[in-house]
Design a protein around this ligand. Structure first.
Ligand code: 13P
Ligand code: SF4
Length: 310
């Protein structure tokens, strides 16, 4: 791409010309967040994808998110700036293995976290996100046994929160497992007034020292309404952009990873760049396509989630 091109202006032009909407997750790089029409957590993004009247949805996020948009809006063209933007958590649950796992618990229903493939969604009864998971679990009768997949950390957290004894699939997110309890504790010693805010995909030991736990939108809203001046943010660093924008007088410190060579950027999310976003809008590819039968099967549990969360 010509370096003299103003990508921000070009993206705005393409949005209008093509009646396209740019949906971005909070873990996207700041430039992408700044050109997005909507920035949100997984629930907000899927609600937007279901209701938009744009012809093209440009999904600045990872594959399962763009795929969810396609499942909900099949008549629309859904573009993902980099088709290789996957998710370690979604990859931790291959559908053929999960099918066998589910067969071991024939009387259980399956609640799956939205961070999973369409194949897993098609094997699930209800989808949830980190912002509505408690509500979804509580919508299921108390005597109904539940399998929760694929995130074991979110699952364990929800078992504690709801008191429901769920069977967990053993998956995890590589970004949220990288945080070091020891390093966060040291940081807190140096910043005793800072509040620790964490995403529920983090391990139990980290969640145990958090002042607030929530989805990305939940963390952002908490940082806006809370009266502390400093926060240690235990999730992917992309969220700091909105936190800093919306709270110019507060300080946000990214929680340190467990070793100096590691980083708490999601390598999948960060595959998308402003340049790739522009190119995918210009050429209308890579496009998300999917088998219609799989789409219909995967849509059912998402619709149930959207009904319960409406
Ligand atoms: P939420 O934005 O729904 O909290 O999800 C976080 C995440 O890890 C997305 O990949
Ligand atoms: Fe997947 Fe974790 Fe990256 Fe989210 S942050 S896309 S859960 S790997």
């Amino acid at each position: 791409v010509n370096v003299n091109l103003d990508l921000f202006a070009e993206i705005e032009r393409l949005k209008k010309e093509k009646n396209a909407i740019v949906l971005a997750h909070y873990y996207q790089e700041p430039d992408i967040q700044d050109v997005a029409d909507y920035i949100g957590d997984s629930l907000g993004l899927s609600q937007q994808a279901a209701k938009t009247d744009a012809d093209i949805i440009v999904f600045a996020g990872v594959h399962f998110m763009a795929e969810t948009a396609k499942i909900l809006s099949p008549q629309k063209k859904v573009l993902l700036p980099d088709l290789k933007a996957g998710c370690s958590l979604a990859d931790s649950a291959p559908p053929e293995l999960f099918k066998k796992f589910r067969e071991k618990y024939p009387d259980h229903i399956v609640i799956s976290y939205i961070n999973c493939s369409a194949g897993i969604k098609a094997l699930s009864d209800i989808i949830c996100t980190s912002s509505n998971a408690e509500k979804i679990i509580e919508s299921v009768p108390a005597d109904q046994p539940i399998i929760f997949a694929p995130d074991r950390n979110l699952g364990s957290y929800l078992i504690k929160k709801t008191g429901r004894d769920m069977v967990l699939w053993n998956g995890a997110c590589m970004v949220h497992e990288i945080f070091s309890l020891e390093k966060i504790t040291r940081l807190k010693v140096r910043h005793p007034k800072a509040k620790i805010i964490a995403h529920p995909e983090c391990e139990a030991a980290v969640l145990a020292i958090a002042d607030y736990i929530g989805s990305t939108t939940g963390l952002l809203k908490f940082s806006e309404r809370d009266d502390a001046q400093e926060y240690i943010v235990v999730t992917e660093t992309g969220i700091l952009h909105q936190m800093e924008k919306n709270n110019p007088n507060k300080t946000f410190i990214p929680a340190p990873p467990n070793n100096a060579c590691a980083c708490n950027d999601c390598p999948h999310m960060k595959l998308n760049t402003l340049e790739k976003l522009y190119l995918c809008m210009e050429y209308e590819e890579p496009e998300i396509t999917m088998d219609e039968q799989l789409r219909i099967a995967a849509k059912k549990p998402i619709d149930r989630m959207l009904e319960i969360s409406a």
